[in-house]
Ligand binder design. Structure first.
Ligand SMILES: [Mg+2]
Length: 329
């Protein structure tokens, strides 16, 4: 793991909340006779809510706009406050590998309630919210407080955020920082560590030198991303391409057969480079397998469910009896 202590921003980083934030802001502005589209609003709310008020309704009191905003935000409920895909996985991976997560958000108690709602509190060593009264980001005070409280080495610390103020808070506290920017809001921000997905983030920051521990969902994700990257060349993932990908998979099985045909089991087991080559060819088979699943719209959940069902069924089978019943011997 590249870092041991991960400090997480909440909105737009761990939780996908900017849709609801912009929607509540839009309703609040509409109540004051100001009509703004979501597309116009989003860049402004990404800076801050007060900035949105200043941009679109400077004639109104901030307090007035904010109080109706908070009402609308509360009405949204948890359906529109969900962790980003892979966020929980990343938090778990940090803990599994001996690291710690800390929450540092400008949001109030609703952030803690959301962690509770999704059963994530146990994954955090400590949480700092607006209720703690520290100066806002990019001031480093809240991070300094956590560093001091747990006697941390800032070289092992990284601030994870979706806005410049998050990253600058990290830098101001002498830490590293990483940008999560799935929609490309901060392409100009000078930072080496930038991620569009939690998968990339986990692979780079946690798995680098740790057990890879890939899950079924990861294998789906990787193929989906590969297919997306070469969509214009390969034609994307469609049911029509299912047949083609199945044939390529069989082609890869041929390469596995070639290795097994030309080398004894003993040779494969005693020559690491040969074993590695076999693993590579089997990985190719598996990649096409996930392509086929994607082509026919079979989800990771559906695949995991039938896989487990079949496994449990197989574990309970009496193969000998079935064979006797079928073939009489
Ligand atoms: Mg944020």
């Amino acid at each position: 793991m590249k870092f041991k202590h991960f400090f997480w921003d909440f909105d737009g980083t761990l939780f996908d909340t900017y849709g609801r934030i912009a929607r509540a802001a839009q309703k609040s502005l509409r109540d004051h006779g100001v009509d703004v589209t979501m597309e116009e609003l989003m860049p402004a709310v990404k800076v801050s809510i007060p900035h949105a008020w200043k941009t679109f309704a400077p004639q109104f009191e901030r307090k007035e706009l904010s109080s109706t905003y908070h009402q609308y935000a509360e009405e949204e409920g948890y359906d529109t406050m969900q962790p980003y895909p892979g966020a929980i996985r990343m938090l778990e991976a940090v803990v599994e590998n001996g690291g710690c997560n800390y929450l540092y958000t400008l949001r109030g108690k609703s952030a803690l309630e959301a962690l509770d709602y999704y059963g994530l509190k146990g994954l955090f060593r400590d949480c700092v919210t607006s209720l703690d009264g520290f100066p806002g980001k990019p001031a480093p005070d809240a991070l300094n407080h956590l560093v001091e409280k747990f006697s941390l080495d800032t070289k092992e610390c990284i601030m994870m955020g979706d806005r410049d103020i998050d990253l600058n808070a990290g830098f101001n506290a002498g830490m590293s920082a990483a940008l999560f920017d799935p929609e490309g809001w901060y392409t100009d921000f000078p930072i080496d560590r930038r991620y569009n997905t939690f998968f990339d983030m986990t692979a780079d920051l946690v798995w680098e030198k740790c057990e890879k521990n890939l899950q079924v969902r990861d294998l789906f994700d990787m193929q989906e991303r590969l297919q997306k990257q070469f969509e214009s060349k390969w034609g994307g993932i469609t049911p029509k391409r299912g047949r083609e990908q199945t044939l390529w998979m069989v082609g890869e099985i041929g390469e596995v057969i070639d290795i097994i045909k030309k080398n004894s089991a003993e040779k494969i087991m005693t020559r690491p480079e040969l074993k590695r080559l076999l693993a590579e060819e089997l990985a190719d088979v598996s990649m096409y397998l996930y392509d086929v699943l994607l082509c026919y719209g079979i989800t990771p959940e559906e695949f995991a469910e039938v896989y487990l069902e079949k496994h449990l069924h197989n574990m309970g089978r009496d193969y000998h009896r079935e064979h006797v019943e079928k073939y009489g011997k």
